[in-house]
Write a protein that binds this ligand. Structure first.
Ligand code: ATP
Length: 501
């Protein structure tokens, strides 16, 4: 009898749906099952428990923001997005949002969600959004290898960082990389510290300490003997062994349980470690690079991180600057991601008009490069081949969170340029004499091909009025007070703005 050769089965991507309404998880699960293997959860705690048990992390997730124990507030959803991305930074998270929480959905995107879909939603549109997100995920995966990881940026802080990285790349000592979430710590570890060093032909292994269940951290890092614990059917090497004399990148090191911190300290002190269930000592030759977006010094003070381990890890320490400090690098990064996604998806790139470009340069990107990248993804999806205006771009930004950020208190976020009376909004903190603002104006005038002060000022006015109305849930009298205007004047301005192109 002839045997039919087994056809390789293509594994469907895994989709995680988190919603406390079983009707929604059931119906969505049903509509998505053709394209995805679906798992569902009803709360943040349950979801994170599930994540620890899964053999592979989901490629995509659909998250509702209002989850128990606070189903009427978005906080659980926000916290879940942060935890999922910490656990699996490549995951594409789409927020399912009620129409009324537009500002929440914007904030969710700032902290890393790739898009949001208003409820009630059309399953076909949702599927399309998820498919698109997965296409971009595949593009990013190709960029994650050390050989392809290119750190973009020419600004003075980035040049200083590069000099620092070159100085330490070939040393055998550990490096601690600190920086906000999404600022590029992994790319610094793989593309600069490993690939730009003599170790480039050796392995680069990355492990996310937040992603492994605490009981598995030790065997994962150090390996285990056969029968060392239930399920250890064969002996297995750990990351330290597999890394050989290459680089071992310990991401989210702040999440390492205290008892394991002692074992890691031992390897750092004398290179010695043991597989779980073995007594034989082994020697590690790997170069350790660790990263954290927590302030490890405060963690030490709070007793959650060992001081001796902190000192060992930070023989060299580098700090990746947040995007808001990188000036025109925002444009370089825009160009980089736009070209990358356009080429990979075979679509024409979008363009920003002059006002949109000003807004882009003034937006502080609280979610750093990850947020910038996600904005480019959405703009590609909505405006491929077209010109994007300031108001179209504005709908992709989280301007309220941006103005709230104390770091950006002196940057004109809602306003690309100053206008009389704009100081009435305390968040802007704009000062006419500020050199930064003057430099911004010079830059815009030099860069813009067709500049119009009238359009720019109208955009500024529109942004402030929208922001004020948003802050007071559409109450015109209160918005007028906030803007330092009387109610009639505000109505008149809104009317004339509505007539503007
Ligand atoms: N300067 C840069 N040039 C090019 N790509 C960048 C740069 N900085 C960040 N990226 C890209 O932005 C995304 C987020 O960066 P990365 O994962 O390195 O951030 P991170 O600091 O490690 O974040 P987290 O602490 O949340 O893990 C990645 O796709 C990365 O390739």
């Amino acid at each position: 009898m002839l045997e039919t050769p087994e056809r390789p089965t293509q594994q469907k991507p895994l989709l995680l749906i988190v919603d406390d309404d079983p009707l929604i998880t059931d119906t969505l699960g049903y509509s998505m099952q053709q394209a995805f293997e679906v798992i569902a959860s009803h709360s943040r705690t349950h979801c994170m428990q599930l994540m620890r048990e899964l053999r592979r992390p989901p490629e995509a997730a659909l998250i509702d923001l209002g989850l128990p124990p606070q189903p009427h507030r978005p906080d659980e959803g926000f916290a879940l997005i942060g935890e999922l991305l910490q656990n699996s930074p490549e995951m594409k998270i789409v927020v399912l949002s009620g129409q009324s929480d537009d500002s929440n959905a914007r904030h969710a995107r700032t902290i890393g969600a790739v898009d949001f879909v208003p409820k009630p939603c059309d399953p076909g549109d949702l599927l399309e959004t998820l498919r698109r997100a997965l296409t971009f995920r595949a593009v990013e995966a190709s960029q994650r290898t050390a050989a392809n990881a290119v750190l973009i940026g020419d600004s003075a802080p980035m040049q200083r960082l590069r000099i620092q990285l070159r100085q330490v790349a070939n040393s055998p000592f550990p490096v601690l990389i600190e920086g906000e979430s999404g600022s590029g710590k992994e790319i610094v570890a793989s593309g600069c510290l490993h690939w730009d060093s003599r170790r480039r032909e050796r392995p680069f292994l990355a492990i996310n300490c937040a992603a492994i269940s605490p009981t598995l951290v030790e065997p994962t890092l150090f390996g285990h003997a056969r029968g060392a614990f239930t399920g250890a059917a064969t002996a297995k090497a750990g990351y330290f062994e597999d890394a050989g004399d290459g680089t071992l990148f310990l991401d989210e090191i702040g999440e390492l349980p205290l008892e394991l911190q002692a074992k890691l300290l031992r390897v750092l002190e004398n290179g010695e470690y043991q597989r779980v269930g073995e007594t034989q000592k082994r020697l590690s030759r790997a170069r350790i690079v660790a990263a954290s977006n927590r302030d490890l010094r405060s963690e030490v003070r709070a007793g959650r991180f060992r001081a001796d381990l902190y000192h060992r890890l930070s023989v060299f320490s580098v700090s990746v600057p947040p995007l808001r400090e990188l000036g025109n690098d925002r444009l370089l990064l825009l160009d980089h991601f736009r070209q990358l996604y356009a080429a990979q998806t075979q679509q024409a790139p979008f363009r920003l008009d002059a006002a949109a470009e000003s807004l882009w340069l003034d937006y502080p990107f609280p979610g750093n490069v990850r947020e910038l990248r996600n904005i480019v993804i959405r703009l590609m999806a909505r405006h491929a081949g077209a010109q994007v205006s300031a108001s179209e771009l504005e709908s992709e930004l989280d301007l309220i969170a941006a103005t709230d950020s104390k770091e950006t208190a002196r940057a004109p976020v809602l306003a690309p340029l100053p206008v009389a009376g704009a100081t009435a909004l305390p968040a802007s903190g704009y000062d006419v004499g500020e050199p930064q603002a003057l430099a911004g104006a010079l830059r815009r005038l030099q860069q813009a091909e067709a500049f119009s002060l009238d359009h720019l000022l109208a955009d500024v006015e529109r942004n402030y009025i929208d922001a004020a109305l948003k802050l007071v849930n559409g109450n015109v009298s209160q918005a007028a007070r906030l803007l330092g205007l009387n109610r009639t004047t505000l109505y008149n301005r809104m009317e004339s703005l509505a007539k503007e192109p």
